[in-house]
Design a protein around this ligand. Structure first.
Ligand code: ATP
Length: 508
């Protein structure tokens, strides 16, 4: 059911100009997507919402726009050259490549599913069903649980120890087959660096090798002092940036959830050492509130605290979102200590410190990072907004309940008919409104059809000019979600749309 829904969302995105497969006329390019005429608007609005929340609603956060190409030593210092790897394994028959850890995770998820199915089956059979009693006594469930536990602990240990041979052995012992060939003919597990490399200039030699950035954060770290000095920033302060990042993902799928070229919105918040946990809590709370302000129900979000921390982090969590394929990471919030700045000090030989007047000493600030994928956010909003509705008159409609400030069009203006001066009157309203918000003007087809088209792309308000408008300057405002219609004076309607489309309504 959910799978079906997800497929429908993907085809709807294409049909209505939100997302197209990249280079489609050449049969596409793996995990690369293009945003269409409506998609780009939604994406820009989401970016703008983030940008305004960071750089306007926080007086101590400055924005920057660093280059995608960075000095190659950056990635040595950050650890990406040596450690930004995924364990990969090939199936010798299908020649398909997989992430070894993902194959095992899917195998474990399969066992979890089986357990749930067993429970559901029995639940249906017995009226007085006691879940706990059933789980603790049912032989089949106990067996499955034991199997899950055994493989899960081996997997956890192998990942912690970076033990590639053991990862392969788990795949063999679990009898995992390639979904394409169905065979168990696996290669060794190897580490695969996820960075795309390219060459600088025209001469190709080792020394010229540079990388497309795999994250935007490093552009912030290398500019820490530039911004602090030129902006006379005082700790605590943050630097925010949005931009493209590139990762040569081995398993790239689930539509725009995991892409090879994607966009991140990252903010590094520099704090006095010792205060980082307070700020970590602040940002956890603040970021969740930011998501919730968009109006998607709270049960779509949950925190996932990391139990296994990167060696430089002293706290980390994800905000997970309920996508049509389950709860998955949407945003990461990490307390990264002074790791990044200290590494750049070491590799560049430059001091990256802050003189704290109150303490009368210099230190390398600690960093709290918030990092959200713009494309994942797009998918979150799109999938939560997509509704297939059955109407009273047995008609069906697809509607995107995108919040007004994010919607591609804020309003559409229609003349009821294409004569008697109605189009001219409607065009006047359209031209007035478009100075403030993005809106559409349509005069073809029945009004009902025009409503449906705009429901499908998420336009929150439709304004219709009819014969009464010619007499008393009132129009019909039709609301996308409830389909209710309200008569308003033209001025009132214009002001209403402008007000409802303003991001400020989410600011408390
Ligand atoms: P995952 O575990 O899903 O691979 P990650 O932990 O590697 O993600 P981070 O390095 O923390 O991700 O990146 C921060 C954010 O960037 C993620 O929360 C996600 O929203 C986004 N992101 C990361 N990789 C991709 C990708 N391949 N495609 C789209 N968005 C991505």
């Amino acid at each position: 059911m959910q799978e079906e829904l997800f497929k429908n969302i993907i085809s709807h995105s294409k049909e209505y100009g939100f997302i197209f497969p990249g280079s489609e006329i050449y049969d596409g390019l793996g995990a690369v997507y293009d945003y269409g005429q409506n998609g780009v608007e939604l994406k820009n609005n989401l970016r703008q919402y983030w940008w305004v929340a960071m750089t306007r609603w926080h007086e101590n956060i400055a924005g920057i726009d660093a280059a995608i190409l960075m000095h190659p030593t950056t990635w040595k210092a950050s650890g990406h050259v040596d450690a930004f790897n995924d364990p990969l394994i090939d199936n010798k028959d299908s020649k398909k490549r997989y992430r070894a850890d993902v194959l095992i995770e899917e195998f474990l998820a399969g066992i979890e599913n089986k357990i749930e199915k067993e429970i559901e089956k029995s639940q249906k059979k017995f009226e007085n069903f006691n879940r706990e009693l059933f789980v603790s006594t049912n032989k089949r469930v106990l067996e499955l649980r034991e199997k899950h536990h055994a493989f899960h602990s081996r997997f956890k240990k192998a990942m912690e120890e970076n033990n590639l041979a053991e990862l392969r052995q788990i795949i063999v012992d679990a009898e995992i087959v390639c979904p394409i060939s169905g065979s168990r003919n696996w290669t060794e597990v190897r580490q695969f660096n996820l960075m795309f490399s390219t060459r600088l200039g025209s001469v190709s030699s080792e020394a010229d090798e540079i990388y497309l950035r795999p994250e935007t954060a490093q552009g912030i770290f290398v500019n820490f002092l530039n911004v602090q000095k030129s902006g006379r920033m005082k700790v605590p302060f943050g630097i925010a940036q949005t931009g493209k990042a590139f990762r040569n993902e081995i398993v790239a799928r689930q539509f725009i959830f995991r892409m090879r070229e994607f966009e991140q919105m990252e903010m590094q918040f520099f704090v006095r050492p010792g205060t980082e946990m307070e700020w970590y809590e602040y940002w956890k709370d603040n970021r969740l509130k930011w998501h919730l302000a968009m109006g998607i129900p709270a049960d779509h979000y949950r925190f996932h605290d990391h139990t296994k921390l990167a060696h430089y982090a002293n706290a980390a969590c994800d905000i997970e979102f309920r996508f049509p394929f389950g709860f998955k990471e949407l945003e990461g919030i990490h307390s990264r200590t002074d790791f990044d700045l200290s590494q750049h000090e070491k590799y560049s030989g430059k001091k990256l410190q802050y003189f704290d007047v109150e303490l009368n000493k210099s230190y390398v600030p600690y960093v709290i990072e918030t990092s959200v994928g713009l494309d994942r956010l797009f998918l979150a909003v799109l999938s939560a907004s997509y509704k297939e509705e059955k109407l009273e008159n047995n008609e069906e409609r697809v509607v995107l309940n995108i919040p007004a400030p994010l919607a591609p069009f804020k309003a559409a203006v229609f003349p009821l008919v294409k004569k008697d001066g109605l189009p001219e009157k409607a065009e006047k309203i359209f031209k007035r409104l478009r100075k403030y918000v993005r809106c559409d003007f349509e005069e073809k087809d029945t009004v009902g059809r025009r409503y449906r088209r705009h429901d499908a792309i998420g336009t929150p308000f439709c304004i219709t000019v009819d014969y009464d408008t010619m007499k008393d300057d009132t129009v019909t405002v039709r609301f996308r979600d409830t389909m209710e219609q309200k008569r308003m004076n033209i001025d009132e309607a214009v002001n209403f749309v402008i007000r409802e489309s303003d991001l400020v309504i989410w600011y408390d």
